[in-house]
Design a protein around this ligand. Sequence first.
Ligand code: SAH
Ligand code: SF4
Length: 346
Amino acid sequence: MPSIYQYSKEELRSLLGSEPSYRVDQLWHGLWNEARSLEEITTISKALRARLVEQFPNSLTAVNDVASDHGATRKWVFQLEDGETIETVLMHYDERVTVCVSSQAGCAMGCTFCATGQAGFSGQLSVGQVIEQVMFATRAAAPSRLSNVVFMGMGEPLANYATTVEVIRRLHDYRGLSARHLTVSTVGVAPAIERLAHEGLPLTLAVSLHAANDETRNELVPLNRRYPLERLHRACATWIEVTGRRLSFEWALIDGVNDTESAIDELADYALDLNAHVNLIPLNPTPGYLVRGSSSERVHEFREGLSERGVNVTVRNTRGRSIAAACGQLAQVTNGKRRSIPVRSA
Ligand code: SAH
Ligand code: SF4
């Protein structure tokens, strides 16, 4: 049986056909408003709780739990029923608490600098499995309130389109998260971006650009061969036009590859034309990609260069590198199928 978070309220109502309606309301309130696990929903009887726990076992089992940044960053490895593993990262900042969720087990996109891409694809996640990551993190964050959900863990959210859309809808409708607090990061699946624009969903879109000339982007992001920069530009323009929202570009700075002066010019042209925000990420180390991230001086110069050209730009500070929890580092496995990254203690 799938996770209890797989179901809408109406579906739960019919699944629990013999229970009175107020019972379903209590269950729903406990699950969604209070983010409680089934065992903790004490407003319903012990007997019903026991029955539900048996009928809807958790779809995620935490098999590893590591912390760094003095406890401000925490990463879990979850095992799915089929033995595959995924990772989820919780980050406490001064003004917000963010969970970074996986949308797939692994990823089929094969970006060369990303550990998830190097390790390959093993399966799609269900709505319940993504929501359970959020709820697990919500409970772990307490007493702080989990405020933001970002789809920047394992996988390409727009290659698991229906699940991503449904998860966003539910987090908005049932948890009250708004567009500013829900971010989907995509490698640039152009037709899916256009389709997403028309869903009327409350979300912020981040596009992982990394290069603004096709030759370099083909090397870093193989999907660029299918949807080159001009095609991606059209999709981004549609997003902005239809949703009325700005989007941001992610750019992992790689020494000598995409941190050059010409890269600044190319990126500035591309971003200014779409009035997009640029997020620079110092490249995080991965085992399968033998280049270095740009030096902190170069990151600074790159940012200044963009800024001088009028681009709205920020540098994202890296969290959880020491526990392989940072962007692009998620590939931990326990079933031996995918490559594993050694985890050092913080
Ligand atoms: N598949 C989606 C979301 C998951 S990856 C996407 O690609 O956007 C989340 C972010 O981490 C993306 O911006 C991705 O480009 C970035 N990333 C991947 N590998 C990285 C690395 N080694 N260092 C820094 N960022 C990386
Ligand atoms: Fe997949 Fe994103 Fe990694 Fe590319 S960067 S391989 S799309 S997870």
